[in-house]
Ligand binder design. Structure first.
Ligand SMILES: [Zn+2]
Length: 421
């Protein structure tokens, strides 16, 4: 039943949308927020869009991507397809990165993401003696440039390790001083992973920054650095401020061994980011038969109350040779790769691309409900299930109540005319 709302002048009025709960309503946005939901027909607005029953959802949130090393496939031909090779040959390509080169590739990926309905993003940016601060220098101005369409967080990331590459720690500090939003570690690249985790937490505390680790990214549970990260998160009082990506080693644990780690992650408020394109591509490479999927145990962790979200990670480089920064595609991979096909699970997959990563990035709540920030996507689909299952396309993308992208699609089908003649 539609309710008649009071008269108000809106910046944007989305008429006749299908809300995520299945009801039809009009959405009124003003000053960056959704301020009215109900029957708003005929109310004054700067702009009114007739959505004709199209589905509206919160904007997509990309919680883990690498803008600085995207679109390198033509420079980094991969032969083995292993993680070690990807790090090695991408490290080689990185020596030749210039600020302009990084910026051009990053803009290409940002444009793709915005057109696909992404309204917020966390990108890692490598900081080490190889590339020094060129990645940060390239990406920092893009925060302001893309602000009307997308909130961009930059994570100063020690891909090469901290002790293996002396000088990295000082550069990470410098990156945080110059405007990186948070700090990222990769403990499996140092001989002493715990010592690296200590350095990252010390920098996080010194700069009051959140931390985000690439962690336990192997087939077998040979590191389980997560246990130490959980301990340190609590010790430093950084609960709710730590994220961890990959965590594929957890997939090899029997339930009894996973349970205490899952409980620790939940207790410490650590968000887990599964990266299905990369993890499905790089894991299981040594398996000669019964080749494993190599994903974090998404369902078991979510059942334990952990905030598990899905993200893109790499776009067309040695870590992931395919990609177009379309998060719905990650939802598709997750559905089949992590066995998330029931009605409830398919809804969860959509949450893992929208509201759950927004919480992980500690962004203001957004979506089609009164009082929330008006970061929205109106889809070219009339059923919520069409989004991931049918890989629907966005129709209109909205950031803080302003239309940022409008898609027009037409398909002519001359074959029909030919067969009629
Ligand atoms: Zn990554």
């Amino acid at each position: 039943m539609r309710q008649k709302a009071g008269t108000m002048h809106f910046d944007l009025l989305l008429h006749d949308c299908r809300l995520p709960d299945g009801t039809l309503a009009d959405l009124g946005c003003r000053d960056g927020r959704v301020v009215a939901v109900g029957d708003l027909a005929g109310q004054p607005a700067e702009r009114t869009l007739r959505c004709e029953g199209r589905v509206v959802t919160p904007g997509l949130v990309e919680s883990h991507i690498h803008l600085d090393k995207a679109l390198l496939s033509d420079r980094t031909p991969s032969a083995e397809g292993t993680l070690q090779e990807a790090i090695r040959i991408t490290g080689g390509a990185k020596r030749r990165f210039t600020v302009e080169d990084i910026r051009v590739r990053a803009r290409t990926v940002l444009d793709m993401a915005v057109r696909h309905g992404t309204t917020a993003m966390r990108s890692h940016v490598e900081v080490d003696p190889i590339v020094e601060l060129r990645g940060l220098e390239a990406l920092l101005p893009l925060k302001a440039e893309y602000a009307p369409a997308l909130d961009l967080q930059l994570c100063a990331f020690a891909q090469e390790g901290v002790f293996r590459m002396p000088g990295t720690e000082q550069l990470l500090g410098e990156a945080l001083r110059r405007g990186a939003d948070l700090i990222g570690g990769c403990p499996y690249t140092d001989a002493d992973g715990h010592a690296q985790i200590d350095v990252i937490f010390r920098l996080a505390r010194d700069f009051g920054a959140d931390a985000d680790f690439h962690v336990d990214f192997f087939d077998e549970p040979e590191h389980l650095h997560l246990r130490y990260i959980i301990e340190q998160t609590t010790r430093w009082g950084w609960q709710g401020r730590v994220a961890v990506g990959h965590c594929t080693e957890l997939g090899a644990l029997p339930p009894t061994d996973l349970a205490p780690i899952a409980a620790g992650l939940k207790e410490a408020g650590i968000g887990v980011i599964t990266l299905p394109a990369t993890d499905l591509y790089l894991m299981g490479r040594k398996d000669t038969h019964r080749i494993r999927r190599g994903l974090a145990p998404v369902k078991r962790l979510r059942d334990a109350g952990v905030n598990v979200v899905a993200a893109t990670n790499n776009v067309r480089n040695a870590f992931t040779p395919v990609g177009n920064a379309n998060l719905l595609l990650m939802g598709f991979l997750l559905t089949v790769g992590a066995h998330m096909g029931t009605d409830r699970e398919r809804r969860e997959v959509l949450d893992m691309l929208t509201v759950d990563p927004a919480r992980l990035l500690r962004l203001p709540a957004c979506g089609p409900a009164p009082g929330l920030q008006a970061d929205l996507v109106v889809w070219d689909a009339t059923r919520l299930d069409d989004l991931v299952a049918g890989q629907a396309a966005p129709w209109v993308v909205v950031k803080r109540g302003r239309v940022t992208v409008e898609h027009e699609r037409t398909a002519r089908e001359p074959w029909r005319l030919a067969s009629a003649n």
